[in-house]
Design a protein around this ligand. Structure first.
Ligand code: ADP
Length: 380
């Protein structure tokens, strides 16, 4: 590790004098309901601790405990309650100039898009935060008016598309859906500005929320063997509040499953899936290298991580990682890998601190707390 290393400045790994370490990544587990056709919940592999901060996963060989910053069960908390509890205060901060990235992580079908976009009856984070930031006559809160810049991007196959571009002539976007390649508007991450802002060429920004709804419908979805509807692209909605310098990045990530699980067999399909997963894989490496205190953090390995570099590096930026998981025992290995990922992200520390490797991804110390506590079985 070189003392000149950029990342060493932000993410030191040795104990030093100074302010206490800060955890820029808050990790919340959002456990979805069973799908309607699986009403037998008695086999749930997940238990939530009474304090709603720890999850216990039952495996064939015993229990594993994960401590997060919060756990939310969708059968107990609808999107309205979830938003108020975990998201609203961050949106208030953005209106005052904070930078916040909210990312949905988890396997396909775990409820990422549901939490992010919701439905007409139960709007998700995107619409609620837009309403809170902009303000409207029905909102109790005062918004920041119309000076909000909205950018909507899709990352598919390592290409970035501007979903708000007027050059998109209704044919859909990306693989399989475009009527003509001319209807795609690809963007490049050009360079880093001098200070903490990723610059993307030629994005078109709008000021109204209704457009977002149209955009969500245009997302690229394609069936795979693991789910009737598989989300294969990363969708990023960026809300800038120029008057105060606030920025909200909402990231609905592609399914975190790997090539084998997706059941893709052909070489072309495999290569495509590899590219689709590139963002997920690269982000995992980024999280691991920051958490391990590596001198080199591979942000440049994917378009997704390039776009998220500021979220990790900017001292003023906070990240809310929402881990979406299913209580279904059949999804157990995916749930565990999702929780392991989140536990690692939770280890990221800014400022002076002790080496993270010693803390480990899984919170062994939390087991004692859980064992001595009442465990509420989530589905009984
Ligand atoms: P992902 O984006 O993680 O692939 P989705 O959000 O598309 O998953 O969820 C898959 C399906 O399950 C969708 O039909 C969605 O409406 C439904 N779903 C997901 N989470 C919930 C929930 N908490 N309550 C009700 N339905 C949900």
């Amino acid at each position: 590790r070189t003392p000149q290393s950029k990342h060493r400045l932000n993410f030191t790994t040795t104990a030093k004098e100074g302010p206490p370490p800060e955890h820029p990544v808050e990790v919340i587990g959002r456990i979805r309901d069973y799908p309607d056709n699986k009403k037998d919940k008695s086999l749930s592999a997940l238990q939530v601790n009474f304090d709603y901060r720890s999850l216990r996963v039952r495996t064939d060989i015993g229990y594993r405990d994960f401590t997060l910053d919060g756990v939310s069960l969708s059968e107990e908390e609808d999107l309205d309650e979830f938003y108020k509890k975990f998201v609203e205060s961050r949106i208030d901060g953005v209106k005052l100039g904070d930078k916040c990235t909210i990312m949905m992580y988890g396997p396909t079908g775990a409820g990422k898009s549901h939490t992010m976009f919701g439905s007409v009856k139960q709007p998700g984070i995107v619409y609620r935060s837009l309403k809170d930031i902009l303000g409207d006559e029905n909102s109790e809160k005062v918004g920041v008016g119309t000076f909000v810049q909205v950018t909507v991007l899709e990352i598919y196959n390592e290409e970035i598309y501007d979903l708000l571009s007027t050059n998109n002539t209704g044919g859909g976007f990306g693989f399989g859906w475009s009527k003509a390649s001319a209807s795609k508007v690809k963007l490049e991450v050009i360079c880093k500005k001098a200070k903490n802002a990723t610059f993307i060429s030629g994005t078109e920004a709008i000021k109204i929320s209704k457009e977002i709804q149209k955009v969500e419908k245009r997302r690229i979805v394609k069936s795979t063997l693991c789910n009737e509807r598989s989300s294969r692209s990363h969708c990023m909605i960026i809300l800038d509040v120029p008057t105060v310098g606030g920025r909200l990045m909402l990231v609905d990530m592609a399914g975190s499953e790997n090539i084998e699980q997706a059941g893709q067999t052909g070489l072309e399909a495999k290569m495509q899936t590899a590219k689709i997963n590139q963002g997920n894989i690269a982000l995992k490496r980024v999280v691991e290298s920051i958490a391990n205190g590596d001198s080199h953090v591979p942000f440049r390995d994917s378009k997704l991580t390039m776009l998220l570099q500021d979220s990790f590096e900017d001292d003023k930026s906070k990240i809310l990682m929402i881990l979406c998981a299913s209580p279904d025992p059949k999804e157990l290995h995916k749930t565990i890998s999702t929780l392991e990922y989140g536990a690692k992200a939770k280890c990221i520390v800014r400022g002076p601190h002790t080496p993270l490797k010693e803390k480990g991804a899984e919170d062994s110390s939390s087991s004692a707390v859980i064992l001595g506590s009442r465990i509420a079985v989530m589905d009984q």
